[in-house]
Design a protein around this ligand. Sequence first.
Ligand SMILES: [Cu+2]
Length: 453
Amino acid sequence: MNVSRRKLLLGTGAGLAGAALTKGVQAEPASAGRRSGSSATGTPARVHTPNGWNLPHRMRDGVKEFHLVAEAIDHEFAPGAVARCWGYNGTTPGPTLEAVEGDRVRIFVTNRLGEPTSVHWHGLLLPSGMDGVGGLTQPHIPPGETFVYEFTLRQHGTHMYHPHSDEMTQMAMGMMGLFIIHPKDGEPEPIDRDYAVLLHNWALHPGTYRPDPSIMQDFDIWTLNSKAFPATAPLVARTGERVRIRIGNLSMWNHPMHLHGVQFHVTGGDGGRWPRQQWRSEVTEIVGVGQMRDLEFVAVPGDWALHCHMAHHTMGPMGHGIPNTIGTDQSGAEARIRRFLPGFMAMGEHGMGEHQSHVDAGHMPGPENTLAMMAGKGPFGNMEMGGMFTVVKVRDDIEPGDYRDPGDYRHPEGTVAHKVSSDPDFGSPVRRGSPADESAQPTLEPHRGHRHH
Ligand SMILES: [Cu+2]
C-alpha cells in the first residue's frame, strides 16, 4: 500500500483537494487538547521526549525563565539496574528545554552537587560569557549557589546542554539534556510528531550502584534518554504522519542509528536545520559524539526497530575477552565443572541467542544490580536485544497527540514470514564451497559434518 492511498483512507471526506490531502492528518483537530503536531495557527509542534519530560517555563517581563537544578538522583536504567546518578531537576537526562527562535531566555542554575558545576549550551549562538565554560568564560558555580544565564535565541534546531566543569565525571554520571528551538516562521514541512532522544553510555559494573567515570570504551549500559531496552518507550505515530526524530549524542562513542521500514531524510544537524537542497535520504545515520541529527519520514504502519547498528550497543552488560565457545562441545566439561560449581551451565555452542531463555528461566542468576545481556519480548518470542533499541510503532488509528504504547502490531493476513518446511534438506538452494556445518556435533576431526551437496 503506498503512502498516498493511506492518506486517502485517512481523509475525512470525499471532497479533499490534493493540497488538503497531504495535510489530511495534521488538519484534524488536536484531539482533546493533548500535545499535538503543528496546527493551522502555526504553533510549533511540541517536542516529545520519550522516557523524559519538558521543563515548564514562566514568563517574566517578556523573558522565558527556566530553572535547572544540578543534583544527585536515583535512576533506573531498566528493571533490575538502578544507580545513584547525577542529573537535573530529578532526572537524567535533565528535562528538555523548548523555546522559539527570537525568544529571550533566562536560565537559573542551582548547584546541589558536592562539587562545582556549570552549564554549556551546546550549539547555541550567544555572548561568550554565557557559554558556560568554567574557568574560561565564567567562575565555576560552587555547591549551594545559583547562577543565571540570559541570552536571546538567534537560531533554531536541535541543541543540547551539559556541564563544562569536571565535564568527564559529570557527564558520565548522567548530566545532560536537550535544548530544542523551533523556527519562528514554522517548518517547511509541518511536523506531526517531534521526538527528541539523547544517546548515552554508562559503566555500571554489576553489583555496584554508581556509574564509573573512568571507563573509556567498555561501557555496559547503552541508553536512549538514559533508558535501556526494554525500558525504552516506543515512538508512536499514526500512519501518514510526518515524524521527526531528533537525536543528540553526548556519549563516548559514535552511534550509527538505523531505522527500519522507511528511508528517512536527514534534515538538520549541528548547524541547525538544513536547507531542503541539503536533505539526504538514508536508512542509517551516524550521530557522532557531540553531534545532533534530525531524521524525518512519513510513518508507514508496522513495528519498526530503531537502534544503534553497533551490535554491542544493542546488548545489555556482557563479558568481553572471553573464550569463544561457538562450535565447541562443552557437554563433558559442563558435568565436570558442575562438581565444583553447582548450577554451572555451558553455553554458546551454537550462538548466544540461548542466553535470554536461560536468564528468563532463572537458570542464570547474575550478580546484583545489572541487566541481562539480551531482553525484550515480542509477539513472536524473545527479541534478544538490549541497550540502544526501541520500536517505532505506527498504526492507522492512533489519535493525534496520543503517545501511549498501542501494543503489538496486527499484521495484515499473509504478510508475516512463516515456516514452510522442517527439513534441513528442503529445496535446492545454490551453495558454494563446503562451509563447516554448525548444526553437526562438533568433533576433534575436522569436516566430519556431512555435506549436503
Ligand atoms: Cu552505538
